[in-house]
Unconditional design. Sequence first.
Lengths: 123, 107
Amino acid sequence: QVTLRESGPALVKPTQTLTLTCTFSGFSLSSSGMCVTWIRQPPGKALEWLALIDWDDDKYYSSSLRTRLTVSKDSSKNQVVLTMTDMDPVDTATYFCARTPKYTSSWSGIDYWGQGTLVTVSS
Amino acid sequence: DFQMTQSPSSLSASVGDRVTMTCRASQNIAHLLSWYQKKPGRAPELLIYDASKLQSGVPSRFSGSGSGTDFTLTIISLQPEDFATYYCQQTYSTPLTFGPGTKVQIK
């Protein structure tokens, strides 16, 4: 059974750095084709893709947020960490981690999601 | 980046209706498109991947079609649990962008 769970602070202050951890089970991020993705959804707005890390430690980022995002993995702990610097109130959102397989030369759909964690940016 | 658009942004329908919504990519993404259902307070659920492949466990009243730049999600015989927002996502190239969503509301 594949599960993912996000953890991190519910409240951060403007300019601070957000660190979120995704702890997963039921698959290995060391296995070829496995990837973990971060997505967010501000209240009342659309889903926004943030970052992806794959089994080979390749990392991909949103073009608009690239300079603020860092994704890393600890395969032995089954964890992926997302950091976002210089937080602003517009970054208030529910943040999801999810599994995205890459079976051939392209990614498949995001098949398993965490429940999401609401992060509020406010002083 | 590949830009995704969806239409309509919202629609009203009744239980039992056939519902169709579209997703358009700014460039050719072949068949590499997924559809998700999102309900408030819940994680998105994958419905369709590779444009037309039904994810395991998803009811067969959902179907997807299209290739290149134009894609369609169809729900035949809308059920009460189908009132939600639907998002498309291109999986052709990173960043794996989402569309803005189509909200399906009760008429």
